[in-house]
Design a protein around this ligand. Sequence first.
Ligand code: SF4
Ligand code: SF4
Length: 712
Amino acid sequence: MERSFKREVEALRLGAGDTFHGEGILAVTKALLQAGVSYVGGYQGAPVSHLLDVMVEAEDLLGDLGVHVETCTNEASAAAMLGASINYPLRGAVTWKSIVGTNVAADALSNLASPGVVGGALIILGEDYGEGASVIQERSYAYAMKSSMWLIDPRPELPTIVSMVEKGFELSEASHAPVMLELRIRACHVTGEFAAKDNRRAAFSSLNRIAGPPRFEYARLAHPPVTFVQERLKVEDRLPAARRFIREHGLNQVLGGLYDDVGIIVMGGLTNSVLRALMRLDLADVYGASLVPMLVLNVVYPLVPEEIRAFCADKRAVLVVEEGSPDYIEQQINVELRRADIRTRVFGKGPLPATGEYTSEVLIGGIATFLTEMRPPGLDVTAVAGMALAAVDHKPAAAQAVGELPARPPTFCTGCPERPVFSAIKLMQRELGPTHISADIGCHAFATFAPFSMGNSILGYGMSLASAAAVGPNLDRRPIAVMGDGGFWHNGLITGVTSNLFNKGDGVLIVMQNGYTSATGLQYMPSSKSGRQGAAPGMDVEQTLRSLGVKWLRKVRTYSVGTMVKTLKEAMRTAERGLKVIIADGECQLARQRRVRAEDAEKLKRGARVVRTRFGVDDEICTGDHSCIRLSGCPSLTVKPNPDPLRTDPVATVIESCVGCGLCGEVAHAAVLCPSFYRAELVRNPHIGDRFMHWLRRRVIGWLGGRAEAVS
Ligand code: SF4
Ligand code: SF4
């Protein structure tokens, strides 16, 4: 991990009497320490990566508190870690990105939730819908319901977030069930303050170890026949205990309001968005005082029937603001009200859309529709409808004024080592024809966008090779699976490689070895060149593959496009059966730039020589056909007007952001394009040799120029 979290780590040291200022996700981290956690772990993924990153960097502080930190290789291992809380009074927290991570962790979560826990077990999930999400649009709610785990969705303000973390542990212990706490991007990055408390050393931790294992107790295993008893415990003991705790400790909040014959029941995490929408309708102030009563569900599962009934009893109608589908909360509220014979009408999906993110605009429209339909006495609904319209009616005019904007698909960073591999695949396919490409999760998934548009399926993180298992035998050409080294260690090693070898599969696997789990923020992984404690963890992709029995294995520097094309062709054509692996080796450019920039700054301070490589295009040679752009897709390679008045086609040009990776030159060479690319070295603090070469070059160029003039 190249980024420093020094400032964040300092904030974790605050104690009673101090005020914490900062972001939501850091507040969660601080709350874990205040709650006396004994162990933390997880697998990174936006928007919760920060939690684990900060914990890793705060190892000294955590060591003082006896907190064990584990950077897990996937979410399943993180979930299984919570097994410590089944037998021991140890509070533990793990984190990952949901829903994908929860899918990976599902087996361990089921087997954790069945016996239940004695120590508080908290699972912190990053969860978003619509454009806030980068993954499949599913809800963790389903997992909470199916496994009888409780789901907290805190109102995005720091005191509530901190209190929910602390209460989450208590809820887990009071009901003997794991608790999930979901955080949207907005909750993770909301800023604010709260009164800090002292960090707490856990009663048992690495500083005060538990003497010996517990007495053998079969009931602590998720194994028949006790699972039948555990099912009963979940429903008859743990659920009522959880509801009692939620009610007695006031985890959900009721915000009063003037128009009290209607109300809004909102998932805690959406509270700020709803208040903002109400404000735009003149129904709330900037401090969150609402004129429409609200029931804020900081715990979205389980619902507490008494609270639902009490809130709805005197209302003609309520609007349920529940993001995502299915509408689990809305359905439960309907059932509760019918059971209690309360005639309150329930709105939700209808005024609000069934899918996508609930942005301010969506909520303004939904709330206005609800209020216009219900017409609360004293409220001018015509004015509300007018305000809802005014909030959006400027948009068409604004769009027209701006005009059509060029599409900006997400893409690799400038100089990314993974881009050249897709240039090479493109060149290989020109000759051998198109083949099936199994894509994967990671930065390389950017190749699914223009100008590469490669990838026929994405089945999950590290799953590309496994997802090609039935493609190969049914296609006349070998499929190519692309996987990152992060995906390889996360899952691909077992589900892909081992399974392929076990089944004597064929096909081609490209492992992008960039050295980090880059897409989630440059975390270290088993084959990184350095690790948490400084030294490299010492595991190696190539050695691992060879030890498993992979015979056909090539390691190619990613920027060597010509060699990569040749290797790909060989892999596609060879008569040799079996898995063919190409390790595409090239350090993540983002990580490299961060490192090199710091090293260069230090060298410049010392007056040492620093060289920066840049590439450029010779305007006079460029033909303007732009094949180089289509083949490389580098954002630093663009077009500019042709300086030659006799030629109209814009010419290619390299802009300032070029990091000098050399790909455009390599592509031009490998694809036999025009020779318009040149390489330049910008030397700062040149030494005597540089100065001499500069003098010499100028003389030679001057002489050639003079000679040319003399000849003409
Ligand atoms: S983070 Fe690294 S691997 Fe990912 S796109 Fe950027 S340079 Fe490439
Ligand atoms: S050398 Fe070419 S491909 Fe590499 S960063 Fe510069 S413009 Fe982009």
